[in-house]
Design a protein around this ligand. Structure first.
Ligand code: AMP
Length: 210
């Protein structure tokens, strides 16, 4: 199963990608997590990525394609994967389609902008392992502490309100056209995000397995 998850920032893409990764026993590849790891480690890629991410803009296609080229070569991609955050532009989708990788399905998870702004306001991220939580919808067992690794939870730099607005604008102008692109290829499935995570997981699985 080679699957692409398309959704606006804060729609629950990462959470559903983790669920699908367990369900199908294949890795979930989050481009945002790869970039944030590079920022934390201070790599050359991280230095460039930070400038774009902090402004809510996408990092250049050419750079992103290089990162993904390397990632697809890793062993764990052999039996499939879930792409959480790639492709994000038509140019990235076309490069993927020109590569030997065959995508099986593309799931668009739809959530309206108002809900997204409310959700990103409460989002927390583990500073060590990158797991995500939400103060209301997915609270950690101990406040401020990651359930998985015991790391400290904090707010993502790009979740501040002005950056969220910019990221939503970026999504609507640059990523949303991919919905039509994959619909025309006959690969698109659509699920409406629900207020509860488990309910969203059910509609996601129904859409993929229908
Ligand atoms: P995410 O964690 O998926 O919300 O990604 C966080 C940020 O990383 C985005 O707002 C972009 O700045 C950058 N990013 C992630 N994936 C891509 C991509 N495929 N192309 C360009 N920029 C990306």
């Amino acid at each position: 199963m080679r699957l692409i998850l398309l959704a606006a920032p804060g729609a629950g893409k990462g959470t559903q990608a983790e669920m699908l990764s367990e369900h199908y026993n294949i890795p979930s590849i989050s481009t945002g997590a790869i970039l944030r790891k590079n920022i934390k480690e201070g790599t050359e890629l991280g230095k460039i990525a930070a400038e774009y991410i902090n402004e809510g803009r996408l990092i250049p296609d050419e750079l992103m394609l290089k990162v993904m080229d390397e990632r697809f070569k890793q062993d764990d991609c052999k039996n499939g994967f879930i792409l959480d955050g790639f492709p994000r532009t038509i140019a990235q989708a076309e490069a993927l389609s020109a590569s030997p990788i065959e995508i099986d399905k593309v799931l668009s998870l739809e959530v309206d902008d108002e809900t997204i702004i409310e959700r990103l306001g409460g989002r927390l991220e583990c500073k060590s392992c990158g797991s995500t939580y939400h103060t209301e919808h997915k609270p950690p067992k101990t406040p401020g502490i990651c359930d998985k690794c015991g790391g400290e939870l904090g707010t993502r730099a790009d979740d501040k309100p002005e950056t969220v607005r910019e990221r939503l604008h970026t999504y609507h102008t640059q990523t949303e056209p991919l919905i039509e692109y994959y619909k025309n290829k006959g690969l698109l499935r659509v699920a409406k995000g629900q207020s509860e995570i488990d309910a969203t997981s059910r509609v996601v699985l129904e859409a993929l397995e229908a």
